[in-house]
Design a protein around this ligand. Structure first.
Ligand code: BES
Ligand code: MN
Length: 463
């Protein structure tokens, strides 16, 4: 049966690309309220697609952006047929700086680049519209070739992932019975390289903060007041510059609570991946890893926490000079978390750290929205990972490797904590997909192999 479904996937591939393009044209940016209607449009688009395939699909409201939930029960089910949850997100990141895009972000295009590789360009072609459509198109192939899916399936497609999934926890709590199944499959991660599939077993957590420091009541003449009035940018930069010591370690007291050393077996397995630090750094125009001394680059991004400044502003940044002594200085920060680091404790520790560096007559405010996601670690010896791994091997003719990822997918931890469900993370993205950047792309081979892989995985899970 799997073979006829694979043939259907191949035959329908051009149409699959067309559908992905229609989906990418919808400007579903979740982090900007101006695009709320577009997000709702993307949710409705998915419901139409899934209903057309025979799912019972609905747009499900949340206090924020809606979820899409769709169920499929095949006609001939046995008591042993597993029921699996498939998760992706239909929201995308903002497009700026838009002037750096070679083609408009919401007018998807495909082209064969100079290296002979065919790619699709547009915001969301990879993260996560292209990736989640690999599920949808694999389901379509099974249904059109054999009259149904070989498994019971629920699709949960979120519209707030790029905003930190604020509605997720209450939604999972309220719909436990409808969403708790044998395992969750998530398509939002990368392959190891174009020829080697991967299963991700670690994700970092994440927490945001935004800080504002106020010095003088108003902007001042830097000649008349300079020297006497404390400049808030001087205070802010002192805080930011104190976050790391000369060995790249984060200096916030208590920051490393809950960070465990990497097990030696994991270290050894990562060494066997033959990752090139030099190539990884070289691709982004760098050469010297900035993480903790004595740790490898893979450890830096997969197994160690970070404190990053994402933006700093204040004072005059327009054309020409202005002799101003500003009233306010601002910064946005994020912390990537590992192990058992607790997002709320990390925030508190950072806030205390900043307070301790504030002079008496400056004011400090925090305006982060709170929340945050702890890290996820998934045990490698579960039956679903084994079946998935075998299915990936039959598609790629290569063993799937187990990897970590430095990115975050908030739902994975909630699936475990709220629904008691393990996740299997398989994605077909590549490091050079430029997700969150200008000129995001997805290789046609990623999309095609992704669809074929899910066809095989669905088939393997039914056995
Ligand atoms: N798909 C990414 C995360 C990712 C990318 C994992 C590549 C593994 C490989 C996801 O959509 C993402 O970017 N998440 C945000 C989450 C945040 C806004 C809560 C992230 O990691 O910054
Ligand atoms: Mn994503």
């Amino acid at each position: 049966m799997t073979n006829t479904a694979l043939a259907a996937a191949d035959q329908g591939f051009e149409k699959s690309v067309d559908r992905l393009f229609d989906f990418v044209r919808i400007q579903s940016i979740s982090t900007d309220v101006a695009y709320k209607d577009e997000c709702e449009k993307a949710a409705r688009w998915l419901v139409v697609e899934l209903t057309g395939l025979g799912f019972s699909a609905e747009v499900r409201p949340t206090p924020g952006i809606p979820m899409v939930v769709a169920h499929y029960t095949p006609k001939s089910v046995s008591a042993k047929t597993p029921h699996l949850l498939f998760y992706g997100h239909y929201d995308v990141q903002p497009v700026d700086p838009v002037e750096l895009w070679h083609t408009p972000p919401f007018e998807p295009t495909r082209r064969k680049d100079k290296d002979g590789v065919e790619r699709m360009y547009g915001r969301g072609t990879a993260d996560d519209k292209g990736q989640l459509m690999t599920f949808v198109e694999a389901a379509r192939a099974w249904i059109s070739a054999t009259g149904g899916l070989p498994i019971k399936a629920t699709f949960l497609i979120e519209g707030e992932e790029e905003s930190g999934s604020p509605s997720l926890v209450p939604f999972l709590e309220a719909n436990k019975a409808e969403l708790s199944w044998d395992a969750a499959f998530v398509c939002d991660t990368n392959m190891w390289d174009p020829k080697t599939p991967a299963i991700t077993t670690r994700l970092r957590g994440l927490v945001h903060e935004e800080i504002t420091i106020t010095g003088p009541r108003i902007d001042l003449h830097s000649g008349l007041y300079g020297g006497a009035a404390m400049n808030p940018i001087r205070v802010l930069t002192k805080i930011l510059a104190s976050l790391h010591d000369k060995n790249g370690k984060i200096t916030i007291p208590g920051f490393y609570d809950g960070v465990k050393p990497l097990p030696s077996a994991t270290k050894k397995q990562w060494r066997s991946l033959k990752f090139s630090d030099k190539k990884f750094m070289g691709e982004v125009g760098l050469a010297v890893p900035a993480g903790e001394k004595g740790k490898t680059v893979l450890e830096h991004v997969w197994a160690r926490p970070t404190a990053e400044v994402n933006g700093v502003w204040g004072g005059y940044t327009g054309v020409g000079a202005k002799t101003v002594l500003p009233s306010k200085a601002h910064a946005k920060l994020t912390f990537r978390l590992v192990g058992r680091q607790d997002p709320q404790k990390i925030l508190k520790a950072f806030q205390k750290f900043a307070k301790d560096l504030i002079p008496k007559d400056c004011k400090l405010e925090f305006s982060g929205k709170g929340g945050g996601t702890p890290a996820s670690e998934i045990s490698e010896d579960n039956a679903f990972i084994k079946k998935t791994s075998a299915a990936l091997k039959s598609e790629f003719k290569r063993e799937a490797v187990l990897i970590g990822s430095g990115g975050s997918i908030p739902i994975v931890r909630s699936f475990k904590d709220i629904l008691g469900m393990d996740s299997v993370l398989v994605g077909f993205g590549l490091n050079d997909d430029a997700i969150h950047s200008p000129n995001e792309k997805y290789n046609l081979s990623s999309f095609h192999k992704g669809i074929r892989s899910w066809v095989r995985i669905m088939g393997a899970l039914a056995e």
